[in-house]
Design a protein around this ligand. Structure first.
Ligand code: PMP
Length: 437
């Protein structure tokens, strides 16, 4: 079964002459799963349409932002209206505080925040702020977690770095990463040991509270609480990177979902993806006394020509308003839809005798082609990536677009319903058969 991709292939060949790998972000090139990537022309709700007229059920949601589905009417309308008033001022607008208020309503731990244009900028700036505030140099991160492509954070990172099996990146001098400690996720003793080895030198611990960038991995019971206790004991800041999980797992992200067992909020939180409703927005925020260390009030410099961009703010406001209006229903619906997809795929795998571990938290999930539990990057990397690649292609050929790497989370939107669940499971039944061949 081959997809008709004549036009996409031609577009890819042209793009390759102009853009490295034909892409602006590596995983889009489909190198890990093989074959040419379809070129998209439009999307609506849960469906993507490519340049050859093929239609796909979208299970990657632009890597997370499209929680309410593509071309969400209130966001489209808000962007149109804002564009009529000018795409950029480079000066303050009321919309920035409007969106900040909505974020604060969802994340009570964020007393003040600053908008940036990507998740990378949010995490890079949060790290600088943590170092500036504490006056300490070391940063603890975790293997398989991805916090964007800032130099200091490209150590044993997830997402494309994990997909391509590279330990870090060329072009990052050792001096730049010598203060980055990359530890195994879900292992508190490793964190204790790192603090003991570097007394009063660790500025912060940054993590994905639910990992998406090594595939989906949940924190083990007590892990988040343990990190909160250790960081507090040692005077280091705890930073939750909720670029993926913010507004997705709950309006207040993982810190709301796990509030009962967290034992205190993180000091700083980074956000991206959903906060901009599909436009380029990130944010970092937290305790006011820390945030006030930023220029112009404090000594930590951070800036951006397009930060707080009016189109991006408008899309974010429309998205968060709708999300809050429907908060009583959308998370139960997302949970039920995603559970039906994941439990269905797991059942099909058992019927076919395929070793598959399915991890799911809310509307994020990953099917790992391994028989063993996946709790960190090492266990994730035991997956049979060739089997995943066959599964991915077979699903795509049957009209279901999964993220093109074993080490990425799939995302479900509120626009996915019973009809999409049935279609996904019908495709999976055949695709798992292909995996066995
Ligand atoms: N943090 C996390 C948890 C992410 O998933 C990502 C992107 N996938 C980033 C940071 C970086 O965000 P961006 O791609 O917008 O720079």
């Amino acid at each position: 079964m081959a997809l008709p991709l004549t036009r996409s292939k031609a577009l890819q060949r042209r793009a390759e002459t102009l853009l490295p790998g034909g892409v602006d972000s590596p995983v889009r090139a489909f190198r890990a799963v093989g074959g040419d990537p379809p070129f998209l022309v439009s999307a609506k709700g849960a469906y993507l349409s490519d340049a050859d007229g093929n239609r796909y059920i979208d299970l990657f949601g632009s890597w997370g932002p499209m929680l309410l589905g593509h071309a969400f009417p209130p966001a489209v309308e808000a962007i149109r209206e804002a564009a009529g008033h000018s795409a950029s001022f480079g000066a303050s607008t009321a919309a920035e505080a409007d969106l900040a208020e909505l974020v604060q309503l969802c994340f009570p731990s964020i007393q003040k925040l600053r908008f940036v244009s990507s998740g990378t900028e949010a995490c890079m700036s949060a790290i600088r702020l943590a170092r500036g505030f504490t006056g300490r140099p070391f940063v603890i991160k975790f293997e398989g977690c991805y916090h964007g492509h800032a130099d200091a954070l490209l150590v044993k990172a997830g997402s494309g770095v994990a997909t391509f099996g590279i330990p870090g990146s060329a072009g990052v001098p050792n001096e730049t990463v010598m203060h980055t400690l990359a530890l195994p996720y879900n292992d508190l003793s490793a964190v204790e040991a790192a603090f003991a080895a570097h007394p009063e030198l660790v500025a912060c611990v940054i993590l994905e509270p639910v990992v998406g960038n090594a595939g989906t991995i949940a924190p083990l019971p007590g892990y988040l609480k343990g990190l909160r206790e250790i960081t507090r004991k040692h005077g280091a800041l705890l930073i939750f990177d909720e670029v993926m999980t913010g507004f997705r797992l709950a309006p207040g992200g993982a810190q709301e979902l796990f509030a009962d067992e967290l034992g205190g909020a993180p000091d700083l939180t980074t956000l991206g993806k959903i906060i901009g409703g599909g436009l380029p927005v990130g944010a970092f925020g937290g305790r006011a006394e820390i945030m006030d260390y930023l220029a112009p009030l404090g000594p930590v410099y951070q800036a951006g020509t397009l930060s707080g961009n009016p189109l991006a703010m408008a899309a974010g406001i429309a998205t968060l308003r709708s999300l809050l209006e429907q908060r009583e229903t959308i998370y139960t619906r997302l949970e039920a839809t995603t559970a039906a997809i994941v439990e269905g795929i797991a059942r099909l795998a058992v019927e076919r005798g395929i070793a598959l571990t399915t991890n799911r938290v809310g509307s994020m999930f990953t099917c790992f082609f391994t028989p063993s539990a996946v709790t960190d990057f090492t266990t994730a990397s035991h997956s049979d990536t060739a089997a995943f690649a066959r599964f991915h292609r077979a699903m795509l050929e049957r009209g279901v677009w999964l993220p093109p790497s074993q080490f990425e989370a799939a995302f479900v939107s509120t626009e996915h319903g019973p009809a999409e669940v049935d279609a996904i499971l019908a495709a999976a039944a055949e695709a798992l058969h292909e995996v066995q061949k």
